[in-house]
Design a binder for this molecule. Sequence first.
Ligand SMILES: Nc1ncnc2c1ncn2[C@@H]1O[C@H](COP(=O)(O)OP(=O)(O)O)[C@@H](O)[C@H]1O
Ligand SMILES: [Mg+2]
Length: 230
Amino acid sequence: MNIPITLNRLTKTFQAGGTENQVLKDITLKLISSESTAIVGTSGSGKSTLLSIIGTLDRPTNGSFFLGERDVLKMKAGELSEVRFNDIGFIFQQFHLVTSLTVLENVLSPLLMRKVEFNKKERAISLLERVGLKDHFHKLPSQLSGGQQQRVAIARALINHPAWILADEPTGNLDTGTGDTILSLLLELKEETGCGLIIVTHDLELAKKMDRQIEIQDGEILSEERRTTV
Ligand SMILES: Nc1ncnc2c1ncn2[C@@H]1O[C@H](COP(=O)(O)OP(=O)(O)O)[C@@H](O)[C@H]1O
Ligand SMILES: [Mg+2]
């Protein structure tokens, strides 16, 4: 499962009340799934906007974006929703679980009304066991800690065997110890499933644990580093 992400000269401009705000200026990047990638930068630098574009939740103003050989910006709405369903799993800072659904139902929720070639419930259960929630299947999110809720979100993101996991500040709502555990879990699952992992964060310590760090400032790539193996 290796579907590279190729961005060429991406820009994004938001219009607000007659003024233009150029949030991404000239982003050229190739991301490969074997390398865990951190996108770092201060608040407002454009990290979430970039991740939303990669996740096909938003469109750039200019530039090109290929997923493997596929030209994402030429796709129609239906194809884009298939890409989101088949290729991408999202994880957010605020977990974004459905509060009225149980843990198990949350994990299964992306598959509602979808035909898949695996047993939905078996897969959800094995993912929940893998993320350490064996005894919590029938609880509501409100009965779980923040770290446990993020584990549910991770299982949900993986339910359809995505090629990429995109995580926007996944530890931002967690204490340091819990955040470290969640990050380790994401890195382990990346290895086990072979999916790519992109984490947006303003936490440089967290970013250092990823193979590659890309720093964004005012919508531009300021610097890039690769983790030196010791
Ligand atoms: N939907 C939007 N409409 C207008 N401006 C936006 C929108 N989304 C983000 N912005 C602006 O884009 C800039 C970058 O935002 P964002 O990508 O969320 O930064 P980061 O995630 O690095 O904190 C900010 O100035 C923000 O106000
Ligand atoms: Mg953000």
